[in-house]
Ligand binder design. Structure first.
Ligand code: SF4
Length: 230
């Protein structure tokens, strides 16, 4: 069991060490990156997983058995995504925590204001989780798009005052598929139906061959991010 040496009230004091680690860990394995983080904040860390796939959750659970894995259930997730989360939890006996929005009444806000909807259903629930944590492991990858191209493997999220850990930052789509295959991970059925990027059902469309993988997210809108990583 990792023992915490950093905590939420001291995490910002380690900004130089975190910057140095970002360089040192650039070519480390995803598992080693998660272990490095857990060696500093112990179990005061959470992994957020959208269950588009389970690579990140598997990497983290193998590196640090018992680590908390959070799924934010916006109430608009695909049935296939819900299925994958439960299938993964059963198969690997992981510590899965499902977090719900504070506002639980279906409000159809996504039809009028997707920024506000993402804020209520994703950002605020995440912030509530991270208010209690010193570390946050995410699945952000550099190839996700231009806004993520410079993602470091570890950084200090000053807004949320957490050690942000991006162990898959350098992973390609091929490496994700290979990892999934080698570890016999359950797969989101939507992946094979034209959905390379999967969010909530009202805001995710399949994409055509050769199209940008995130083109189906908030299609027709200027919006490209839900707000979790900006
Ligand atoms: S992705 Fe769409 S449905 Fe999901 S929280 Fe954002 S606006 Fe709402």
């Amino acid at each position: 069991m990792p023992v915490a040496t950093w905590n939420k009230s001291t995490i910002a004091d380690h900004v130089d060490e975190i910057a140095s680690a970002a360089r040192d860990l650039e070519n480390a394995t995803p598992g080693d990156i998660v272990r490095w983080a857990a060696d500093r904040v112990g179990f005061d860390i959470t992994v957020t997983c959208s269950f588009e796939d389970v690579v990140l959750a598997h990497v983290a659970a193998i590196a640090v058995p018992g680590i908390e894995i959070v799924m934010i259930d916006t109430q608009y997730l695909f049935a296939e995504t819900q299925w994958l989360a439960e299938e993964f939890r059963k198969k690997f006996d992981v510590n899965l925590r499902v977090v719900h929005p504070l506002q639980v009444t279906p409000d159809n806000l996504w039809q009028r204001d997707t920024e506000a909807c993402c804020n209520v259903r994703k950002v605020l629930p995440l912030n509530a989780v991270l208010a209690e944590k010193s570390g946050w492991v995410t699945g952000v990858r550099r190839i996700d798009g231009p806004t993520r191209a410079q993602t470091p493997v570890v950084s200090l999220d000053t807004a949320r005052n957490v050690l942000k850990v991006n162990p898959l930052a350098l992973y390609s789509d091929e490496e994700m598929d290979t990892y999934e295959f080698l570890h016999e991970l359950p797969r989101n059925p939507l992946k094979d139906r034209g959905y390379p990027s999967i969010g909530c059902w009202p805001c995710t469309k399949p994409v055509a061959e050769g199209e940008d993988k995130r083109a189906g997210r908030w299609a027709g809108q200027a919006k490209t991010e839900c707000g979790l990583h900006i």
